[in-house]
Write a protein of this length. Structure first.
Lengths: 266, 284, 406
């Protein structure tokens, strides 16, 4: 416990301190309580903040769109292969995150099969491309955080008593209605937990943008990484990082309140 | 009329249901295709023949070879980085498992005064983007007379984010734990430590094991937090990230495939042995 | 017919010497920013001595040399694809020094950022030699991170081209020895240009053709990217002010925003260029010579408006416990025979006198390759980025970083 306090709470205090400092060109910082670092970070990088949240939102929506039916199929159609099917969801994630993301470069490249098919179907213009665009980055984010959506949804679907669904079928004439009135509400906690587990890491990610994107897809994570590790502008980087954390905390709180549940743990 | 209508309607309904059912199945299959596409690329491209290319970028297919698998450690930097990652993952998840388990046990066994605060502190690292965790640790290490970024700082960082996962996983497991068992053992005269090793531990072992495996896989794969606190130490993800700016040799795919096959193999062995044990238990 | 190549190969070293004399001018450029830089970065000790502009005294106020070890080991950090496969092994056999050679110097600023927290406390980073580009070498010497090279231990020092012996940031080469020099210009796939029906590019302005949208990349190295675009906008990067660079910044920015530029790269443009994602890129000469061997359609040109010139320098770190071993390495690679072997592989411009003659024995064609021995006409068009004071450097970096952040 002390460890967590020491290496989680204390660092955040130092992050705040650094965020209120100034630095000289060789990177030494001195604490001067410069609150303007926060407003500067927003005015200089608001487009990256907004882009990050936009990408994370789209990623979350895509994860629900892909993940919910998949989890539903496993939970109600899986039969005795349930465990195997669920295992298959997790298996791809035993390879390295970075290597998986690099593999998307092969799939999405300009002379690759996917781009060719999409050009033939006129989903992409003759000069259209996927790699180094927003779509590649969002696709990568969705891919990398998909299991965080599938697993909680599966858990909540699994908990539903089949008798309830039977009863629902008797009550409502069609299965869609019974789904909407019974299954969906009962699986909301799963969607809720999954959304948090997808949105939060996606908003702070910089790997997908760095590998699959371009300057026009830079996310706030890329800025933090660049300012910390390349330009050594610690105060500005710390301020951005702190603001990101604060925004996410606020968003999570609003989200939690709105959905009327305090239970974050799966 | 109405008599003739009924079967038609139910036919349409059946057809609709058929579509509904198979649309779901089809969508799920597409989902699996999406999940596995990169994995197949990794496995296939680990056999890509890029020998004799000075800048090997393993993105386009050139031909089949077994050479990459014959020389998986050809790029010593990658191999060393892999070893370093394994070391860090092992040590970090051991420490995290011990600490996380203790937190979980303390929380469920004793009604701590600040339980909800503890809960909050446990959950916070999970609801904070990795980049904030990594960068805040960096500011701490930079301000604290710098022990020098490297192996130790990576270890500290990894233990930090693994502890939360362990504590929550183990907690879920001990939630249904019957503490009277412990009391019973002690009543029978077992000293507390013996009680713990003989009674408590075996009962919560599956949870601990799961937590350990989770920590291990999180640690070995972490890039974002690590890169902030690594200094000059190169872990496998860092090596891959640096390497991809210069060249992407097929050996990266070979090593990634190895991790995949080993972990899938371990899980398969684990599952089979559990099934065997369960069936033996059932039959006895 | 047979005469001509020979004449050219004879002429090449002369041309090159003249050309690298201009590289020596880089020194002059750095001196401009030198004193201010040292004053800003160093402690008070450096400030007092910085009036001498050389940085030669930085060592005394920088890190003290640690106790030396006699275990004959050496660790080198160099740029990727910057050496042949034999030299390290041969050096080990010849000297008995166990050498670890890592290609982990990817980017000047990135490397600096990584080692600064450690080196600024005078702790070792586990490396004895690193190879920063001129301007970064200037910064590091100013911070007192470099150990003095003992001339007596490096007899082959005499083979350093005269033109490179007195750069401003290290006027008598007390701290550094050049590793390789190279040109930054334009690489393109000539077949792809022919397929698109547009003439091969002669200038960076040609890359703004809408037909090339998303098919070109620029470099993340600020001095290369901004320098080349300043040239394209008719400004001279060797005496640039921040105001002069504005049009270049604007141009780069609009190209990035519109998606004309696919992305900004380090060495990884090689990947996009070789798999066809990109058909023209801002590139380093030696890389393209190597890429050309795998794909003969890839060509390198110094744009009509001019290209950039850089040198990377071996520097022994002041935290090294193996200075003597490091000196042995420098001496070894300054033997023209060994240097020629490296040149034959990396195909950059060698700072070692006598390489052309040795190279002719290995590969006569390379000995007359204009990218390794640039003809006088090309040399005239090469420029070195002006030395920047820390304040101005920050202005440049911030403006460039803004573009990179989209």
């Amino acid at each position: 416990m002390a460890w967590l306090v020491l290496f989680f709470m204390v660092p955040i205090w130092y992050l705040l301190r650094t965020a209120l400092s100034t630095s000289d060109p060789s990177g030494n910082t001195s604490l001067v309580w410069r609150w303007a670092n926060f407003s500067d970070s927003w005015s200089a990088y608001h487009s990256q903040y907004l882009r990050s949240f936009w990408y994370a939102l789209l990623c979350t929506i895509f994860c629900i769109a892909i993940g919910y039916p998949l989890a539903y199929a496993i939970a109600f159609r899986g039969g005795r292969f349930k465990t195997l099917l669920l295992g298959l969801v997790v298996v791809p994630f035993f390879t390295s995150y970075l290597v998986r993301t690099l593999a998307w470069k092969t799939i999405l490249q300009d002379d690759g099969p996917l781009v060719r098919v999409m050009r033939d179907l006129h989903l992409l213009g003759g000069q259209g491309r996927l790699l180094s665009t927003s779509w590649a980055v969002i696709g990568g984010l969705t891919y990398n955080f998909l299991p965080f959506m599938i697993l909680p949804i599966y858990v909540s679907l699994e908990k539903i008593d089949p008798k309830l669904i039977e009863a629902g079928k008797d009550l409502y004439s069609n299965s869609f209605q019974s789904f909407r009135k019974i299954v969906l509400p009962l699986s909301l906690p799963g969607i809720f937990a999954g959304s948090l587990l997808t949105f939060i890491p996606a908003a702070g990610d910089f790997v997908n943008s760095a590998l699959l994107g371009s300057t026009n897809t830079r996310m706030i994570g890329n800025v933090v990484e660049g300012n910390f590790l390349e330009t050594l502008d610690y105060p500005s980087a710390a301020a951005i990082s702190f603001v990101l954390m604060a925004i996410i905390l606020v968003l999570v709180t609003i989200y939690t309140r709105a959905l009327g549940t305090e239970e974050l743990t799966v | 009329m109405s008599v003739a209508d009924a079967p038609a309607r139910s036919g349409a309904a059946r057809w609709l249901r058929w579509v509904g059912k198979h649309a779901l199945t089809g969508w799920a299959i597409l989902g699996y295709v999406y999940l596995f596409a990169p994995i197949i690329v990794i496995l296939v491209f680990s056999f890509n023949d890029l020998r004799g290319v000075t800048h090997p970028f393993n993105y386009t297919w050139k031909g089949f070879t077994l050479d990459n698998w014959a020389h998986p450690f050809k790029y010593s930097d990658l191999a060393h980085a892999m070893v370093k990652s394994l070391q860090i993952a092992l040590i970090a998840s051991l420490i995290a498992t011990v600490m996380g388990t203790m937190i979980a046990l303390a929380q469920s066994r004793y009604k701590l005064r600040a339980t909800s605060l503890v809960d909050l502190i446990l959950v916070l690292p999970l609801t904070t983007p990795e980049i904030c965790l990594g960068s805040s640790l960096l500011t701490l290490f930079l301000t604290l007379g710098r022990p020098g970024l490297g192996f130790t700082t990576i270890l500290i960082a990894h233990v930090m984010f693994c502890v939360s996962f362990v504590a929550l996983t183990v907690k879920a497991r001990v939630r249904g734990f019957d503490w009277t068992l412990e009391d019973a053992a002690m009543d029978l005269g077992a000293p507390p430590f013996r009680t713990f090793t003989r009674v408590t531990l075996p009962l919560i072992m599956p949870g601990i094991l799961a937590a350990f495996l989770l920590s291990f896989s999180l640690s070995i794969d972490d890039y974002i937090i690590t890169v902030f606190n690594a200094g000059n130490t190169i872990t496998f993800p860092i090596a891959v990230f640096n390497e991809q700016k210069i060249a992407v040799p097929p050996q990266i795919d070979v090593l990634a495939s190895m991790i995949l096959l080993v972990s899938v193999g371990l899980i398969a062995v684990g599952t089979v042995s559990r099934l065997v044990r369960d069936s033996r238990l059932a039959s006895s | 017919m047979t005469d001509q190549p020979r004449r050219r190969s004879n002429a090449a070293p002369l041309d090159r010497r003249d050309f690298l004399r201009r590289a020596g001018l880089l020194g002059g450029a750095v001196v401009v920013g030198g004193p201010a830089f040292l004053a800003a970065c160093g402690g008070s000790g450096i400030k007092a001595k910085s009036s001498q502009t050389t940085g030669a005294h930085a060592l005394t106020s920088g890190c003290p040399l640690p106790a030396q070890k006699a275990d004959k080991t050496l660790a080198i950090s160099n740029w990727p694809l910057y050496i042949d496969k034999k030299t390290v092994a041969d050096f080990q056999t010849a000297s008995g020094i166990a050498t670890t050679y890592k290609e982990d110097f990817n980017d000047n600023e990135e490397y600096y950022a990584k080692v600064r927290p450690i080196l600024s406390t005078c702790k070792g980073i586990g490396k004895d030699i690193i190879v920063p580009t001129d301007w970064m070498a200037a910064r590091m010497i100013g911070l007192g991170w470099a150990a003095k090279i003992d001339p007596a231990k490096v007899p082959n020092r005499k083979n350093l081209l005269a033109s490179l012996q007195h750069p401003g940031f290290d006027t008598d080469r007390s701290f550094t020895m050049p590793w390789q020099s190279g040109m930054t210009g334009l690489a393109y796939n000539k077949k792809a240009f022919a397929d698109l029906g547009i003439p091969a590019p002669r200038s960076f302005k040609d890359l703004l053709n809408p037909k090339l949208k998303g098919k070109i990349t620029f470099l993340t190295e600020m001095r290369d990217c901004v320098g080349l675009w300043m040239l394209a906008m008719g400004k001279d990067p060797s005496k640039a002010t921040f105001a002069d660079a504005q049009p270049a910044f604007d141009q780069i920015k609009s190209a990035a925003k519109s998606g004309q530029v696919r992305r900004f790269t380090g060495n990884d443009y090689a990947d996009d260029l070789s798999n066809g994602n990109v058909i023209a890129a801002m590139a380093w000469s030696g890389d393209v010579v190597q890429l050309h061997q795998n794909n003969p359609n890839l060509e390198f040109v110094v744009p009509d408006e001019g290209g950039m010139l850089f040198s990377d320098n071996m520097m022994i770190l002041a935290t090294s416990e193996h200075v003597a071993d490091a000196e042995a390495w420098i001496d070894y690679v300054y033997d023209p025979k060994n240097a020629a072997r490296i040149t034959a592989e990396v195909q950059y411009i060698s700072p070692v006198q006598g390489v052309a003659e040795e190279l002719a024995k290995i590969d006569a064609k390379l000995a007359v390759n204009p990218l390794i021995f640039p003809p006088a006409e090309v040399q005239k068009r090469l420029h070195i980025f002006v030395g920047l004071s820390p304040t101005v450097e920050k202005q440049f970096n911030t403006a460039f970083e803004q573009i990179l952040n989209g």
